[in-house]
Ligand binder design. Structure first.
Ligand SMILES: [Zn+2]
Length: 143
């Protein structure tokens, strides 16, 4: 899946949607998603962090979601990305963190998004909704 990754990052953005929503919907483990993220180039990691921050923003994460997500993420609550996500309102500039914080930022963001998205799927999206990413097929091999 690394092919054609030197252009605008479109393939990465599509993969991000599948991987992150897969974690949120229990189809994929966080460690599996982190392994995918770790294999990306630094530039693509920044793209992913920006996109996932956008998902979190759209899911209207709260400081309580932040704390629960941080607990699930396995990242120390004192780490920069964990502190940022628990602020009210959260700070979303995760892609501007130094590269050695990127994996922790990804863990935290995906975990917090999963908490907020679970609530949305139980309320607003209950029954049927128009979000294509809430109707993911079972994970495909290798993505
Ligand atoms: Zn939905």
């Amino acid at each position: 899946m690394a092919e054609a990754d030197h252009g605008d990052g479109g393939g990465v953005r599509q993969a991000t949607e599948v991987v992150v929503n897969g974690v949120a919907q229990g189809l994929r483990s966080l460690d599996d998603a982190v392994a995918w993220f770790s294999g990306l180039s630094p530039a693509h990691r920044e793209t992913v962090l920006r996109d996932v921050a956008g998902y979190a923003m759209q899911a209207h994460i709260t400081p309580a979601d932040g704390r629960e997500g941080v607990l699930r993420s396995g990242v120390k609550p004192t780490a920069n990305p964990a502190v940022m996500v628990c602020l009210d309102p959260p700070r979303y500039g995760f892609h501007r963190l130094p590269p050695d914080e990127h994996v922790r930022a990804f863990r935290v963001l995906v975990s917090v998004f999963a908490v907020a998205d679970a609530r949305r799927r139980e309320t607003y999206c209950k029954g049927a909704c128009g979000h294509p990413w809430h109707r993911l097929p079972a994970p495909a091999e290798g993505l």
